[in-house]
Design a protein. Sequence first.
Length: 278
Amino acid sequence: MTVENILTIDLEDWFHICGVEKFIPEASWPDMESRVTANTFKILDILSHKKVQATFFVLGFVAERHPDLIEEIEKAGHEIATHGYSHRQVYTMTPDMFRQDLIKAVSIITQITGQPVKGYRAPEWSIRDDSLWALDILRQEGFEYDSSMTPLPIIGNQNYSRIPHRLTLDEGRLWEFPPMVGSTPLVNLPLGGGWGLRVFPYNLIRSTIRELNRQSQPAVIFLHPREFDRNNPRIRLPFVKRFVLDARVERTEKRLGRLLNDFNFTSVSNVLKKKNLH
């Protein structure tokens, strides 16, 4: 049986970057040029052409300013999940701040779609050892799944599971969908999205997906609208941040096209439905 992999989009604008408050303070966001709509339509066109449904983890800030865009995404048959409201790393918030951020985002999205929000992804995969309390809050707020725990060093934990699994929490059970990583003897590699998907050899990415599929496991791939834009505004940022944002962005569209040709993809909720796991 062919394994359906999972395609996800973190729906945020070009200036939603963690850890750069000094360069792009949150208070300046409303005055920034928004480029999210045009870039998202590039993605929607590609997915429509390939007849692929994806999960869009929508930032509440973006939904509030571009409700028509969220309606278009839903109309195209994609799943609307949330990326929180303010694009803050979870471990920088208190539990109450996190809950309020979550509730605000969900309220904005449900007013637009009229549908419940089942899934969450934290900015910068920031549910990790020092913020695991967020998982219980997600469960309390009625979420069915999370996609915030990455099996990578520094931003996550190399020992986290590399495949979808069900967490047993004080508040019940919650599915976790980690992003795809490649395994080496020294360190896991970020092959599933962002700069890793653009920079590492395509053959390595393809073989990693094939290996997961041989184990009947889906690969979770993630993309951002800004990665489809070669003309993102220039702003002074630390070298590492600039690399993460800009390295080989000219490859994004071609990489996505190759992935959609080589593998089957769908949304998180479709995978849960088909396996009767929700």
